[in-house]
Design a protein around this ligand. Sequence first.
Ligand code: MF3
Ligand code: CO
Length: 253
Amino acid sequence: MSVVIKSESELDVMRQAGRINAEVRALLRAAVRPGVSGLDLDRLAREAIAERDAEPTFIGYAPGGRPPYPGAICFSVNEQLVHGIPTEYKLREGDIVSIDLGVTYRGYVSDAAFTAAVGDVSEEACALMRVTEEALELGIDAARIGNHIGDLSYAIGRHAGSYGIIAEYGGHGVGRRMHEEPHIPNKGRPGTGHKLKTGMVLALEPMFAIGHPATMEEADRWTVRMRDRSLSAHFEETVAITEAGPEVLTRIQ
Ligand code: MF3
Ligand code: CO
């Protein structure tokens, strides 16, 4: 499979899908506080997406014989890395929570995530979140015509310092489907992989952990956690490669 190049009119729809994603994420972020459950946030996301005439991309997603994903969001707490199924678990002061959101609008997908503090959190949790978010910014800044996928991976991975870089998951192309070519590892070598071209749309998603980078799946077949139960963080944006430079579609400009 090869990388899909979007036309200007497709990009326009993707901009709308991205804007809705940004609006709903802002509501989710504002709702994060002690006592709020994953299911509360999932309900909020469903309602806000429906009000905007869009659909939650993740519901029913079932790659490779997995049970269909039941949530509109992923809700991954502390040592949970990604793909956490929203449950009745209520956030507690000191937790960090990663919330991932896919929005489909007129057949096009936007995919973005953030990790947030619940009340006051430890300094080590703050540092992990800050560095992971900075790595995303560095990746975005490298998303320029003429660079290669390996340059993005390198920009992200070199910022990890002593944090574990998760190897099993990474970024990806996005468009009519949530996961398109190419896969974008969170570490790599400059000058390798596909060359970036106008009209490519990529979801960049650094994931770092305080401990060892090995992960495992929980019994629900979806939730991924760090094997050593160390804290992990995840930030993601959908980015279009344009003549004018990287355009982050999942942010309100
Ligand atoms: N941003 C996540 C990814 O690219 C979204 C996963 S959605 C789920 O893997 F449906 F698989 F949970
Ligand atoms: Co993604």
